[in-house]
Design a binder for this molecule. Sequence first.
Ligand code: SF4
Ligand code: ZN
Ligand code: ZN
Length: 322
Amino acid sequence: MKCTVCRGPAVIDLRRHNANFCGDHFLKFCRDQVERAVRHHDMLAPGDRVLVAVSGGKDSLALWDLLVELGYDAEGMTIGLGIGDYSEASTAAAVAFADDRGLKLRRVDLRDEYGYDIPTAAAVTRRVPCSSCGMSKRHLIDAAALEGGYDVVATGHNLDDEAAVLLGNVLHWQTEYMGRQAPVLPARDGFPRKVKPLVRLGERETAAYCVLRGIDYIVDECPMAEGNRHLRYKEALNSIEAASPGTKHAFYFEFLDKAADRFRPEVDDAQAGLQPCARCGSPTTAEVCAFCRLVERTAGAEPVPVELLRAGRGRGRRRSGR
Ligand code: SF4
Ligand code: ZN
Ligand code: ZN
């Protein structure tokens, strides 16, 4: 297998681009794809202060590395979710990456600062862990970006993520979510601008990027992800992609070009009802926002170990690990 650009030995084949690349040309390909996404969707301006949401996984560390490589002023933020060994290893990977490169990493720990962790929140609310986890992460990163005076929040959502979310939204006709599924969300009252510069790269590519750049990322999936629908949608899309390379890209980008705007009015209607949370001032449709309500509900709750929560969930579900 030869590199499509230089004819040297290739290290990766990208069927949807009908190309193979050596290490150097693959790294260039990744930088080009990010630059292209940034330019096409008008994500970042020179001099922007960027806050990167960092989990310690391949996508967020590749994103941070790529943004720094491309010359952006990018700092990181990581949140201690309290999901046992997984969270400890994730935080350690983020800290090691930042320390090695002399980059600034903001750290927040849910248990230390807000008195709960994700397994306990899931047990108290009796909802899937990803529900309180996603909401907590969004709330804290938005708040940190506004307080810290950042121009924009960058997240590591890649093409596989976006296509899987779109498939889930289409399967359930969640049209308001479809209207919000853009690679750029503009700033609004109480919300920072948000961008997804990795939308042109798949997760196999972000993993390869990390390996070639010598980035140590946490390989294990979050143990709370077992059985979640998002992973099933990814598997379904992967089998279609294997038979028909390029389908994921077409599904997502054609949606953006041809359909996303049709659902904008629903988003605008939903946002018209927002008001500041009575406790923290964040935008919410209720008197008190979901984050403040979660902090109140979990106050004083006995911490729930991850193992206990997992034992009580879906015995016999498929493992999601690689
Ligand atoms: Fe949070 Fe769910 Fe992701 Fe785990 S899989 S980090 S619980 S959103
Ligand atoms: Zn080459
Ligand atoms: Zn609040």
